[in-house]
Design a protein around this ligand. Structure first.
Ligand code: EPU
Length: 398
């Protein structure tokens, strides 16, 4: 993309804002698809190749978990190859504690080795992130939680996992993934009711089916060569950046239907969106209007991850907007940074109210990334602000 001026040093991003964005950006594979796919590789006897994976810190962390479990996991150009069966049921604690998605590696270890030990998962501080739905489901399939020191989780299924009829009281993305991973190698049939239906879940089921997962009673899945789906949140990030800073950007390699709610809200705010089969062109040359009241929801609703990014675009609008995240209670940790940039925001519980852009516009400021999407939202807002901003703690964004 052109015009924006950003430099990155370790842990910091400098942004020279106030210039429109122009150009073309290819959307990479989705982080939230790649992580469960890497966990699924633990179930496979044959090698797994994931195509064109972005080098993100959570991806490196996942490779560390796979190696800790005894698999070979390495980069081949932009692809990741995972080979060999797991031999160690204890995940490296420090690596596991760094990211929420480490919990996804437990079900495959349980299925393959009858035991899984991990540190309780960390991840972005965007609200309470319990794992009760993962554990309750696994318990229904025959897993037992053993006594463990504080901060550790030890699960065992000495007799193997068996199929079960499970109803989730909330369509948790992670719990659905855990239970799919457990079910595919369990004895018998599992019925999962109230499951999440995010595109990343469809990507995982497609991968498992490609590896022979429909075939009952198979001891291990074959591997496969797989291209994970494109990152709808990354595409949403760039679309919101164009809305905030102005300009015209073509986003290629991602069907706009995957992030339709974001594009529709941006259109209502005054952006133009031209859609193709797997591309969208987002432009904003004129005024930006308030969005009114907006809510997140489970797919196909507005993604919770897109909420702070849309809020960054709302900061630049002439009218009022409000956005509520119904999934996570601390989604708008970026509100303080928005204020430092001169934005008019008020946070009340899960709702962020955004007032009209001040006449003087936004100005550069020193900012701290509170979490991944909140940090990205600060970069988006800084792109639209006059002058220089410094964003620190960018490990969340990496
Ligand atoms: N929940 C429970 N119990 C559980 C699991 C979840 O109560 O056992 C609740 C959570 O507290 C939360 C809600 O269910 O209120 C949604 O959580 P979910 O399990 O769906 O989210 P997740 O699997 O932890 C994934 C993404 C998140 C994304 C959410 C929602 C990955 C690695 N993470 O998290 O992505 O926000 O789904 O779509 O896939 C991000 O990429 O920045 C990110 C946070």
């Amino acid at each position: 993309m052109g015009a924006a001026d950003m430099t990155q040093q370790s842990g910091r991003i400098w942004v020279m804002g106030g210039r429109p964005l122009n150009g073309t950006a290819a959307i990479p594979a989705a982080k939230n698809s790649v992580l469960p796919l890497l966990a699924a590789a633990l179930l496979c006897r044959g090698p797994v190749r994931l195509r064109a994976v972005p080098r993100l810190s959570d991806v490196e962390c996942s490779l560390g978990l796979l190696r800790g479990a005894g698999c070979a996991a390495y980069w081949q150009g932009a692809d990741i190859v995972v080979a060999g069966m797991p031999s160690n049921s204890t995940l490296p604690g420090e690596t596991a504690a760094q990211m929420r998605a480490s919990i996804l590696f437990c079900a495959p270890l349980l299925a393959r080795l009858g035991r899984a030990e991990t540190s309780l998962p960390g991840g972005c501080n965007i609200g309470a992130r319990p794992i009760d739905l993962h554990l309750e489901g696994l318990a229904r399939m025959g897993a037992k939680e053993l006594d463990a020191v504080a901060g550790k989780l030890v699960l065992a299924a000495p007799g193997g996992l068996h199929g079960a009829d499970i109803t989730l009281r909330f369509p948790s993305v992670g719990a659905t993934e855990t239970l799919l991973l457990a079910a595919v190698c369990a004895r018998g049939t599992t019925v999962l009711r109230g499951a999440a239906r995010e595109p990343e879940i469809s990507d995982l089921t497609e991968f498992l089916n490609r590896c022979g997962g429909r075939i009952e009673g198979r001891r291990g899945l074959s591997g496969c060569d797989f291209s994970p789906l494109p990152d709808r949140i990354f595409a949403s990030t760039l679309a919101c950046a164009v809305a905030a800073a102005g300009g015209r950007v073509e986003l290629t390699g991602c069907p706009p239907a995957l992030y339709a709610p974001v594009l529709e809200i941006l259109e209502q705010m005054g952006c133009t969106v031209e859609r193709g089969a797997d591309r969208a062109e987002v432009a904003r040359f004129g005024r930006l209007y308030g969005a009114g009241r907006v809510f997140t929801g489970v797919y196909p609703g507005l993604a919770t991850d897109a909420a702070p990014l849309l809020a960054a675009a709302m900061l630049c609008a002439e009218g009022e907007s409000s956005i509520e995240d119904v999934i996570f209670e601390r989604r708008f940790g970026c509100a303080e940074g928005f204020e430092r940039l001169g934005g008019r925001v008020k946070r009340a519980g899960r709702v962020l109210s955004v007032g009209p852009l001040p006449e003087s516009g936004l100005h550069g400021a020193a900012l701290t990334a509170p979490d991944l999407r909140g940090g990205a939202a600060l970069v988006v807002a800084a792109l639209s602000a006059r002058g220089k901003s410094l964003v620190e703690e960018t490990r969340h964004i990496d």
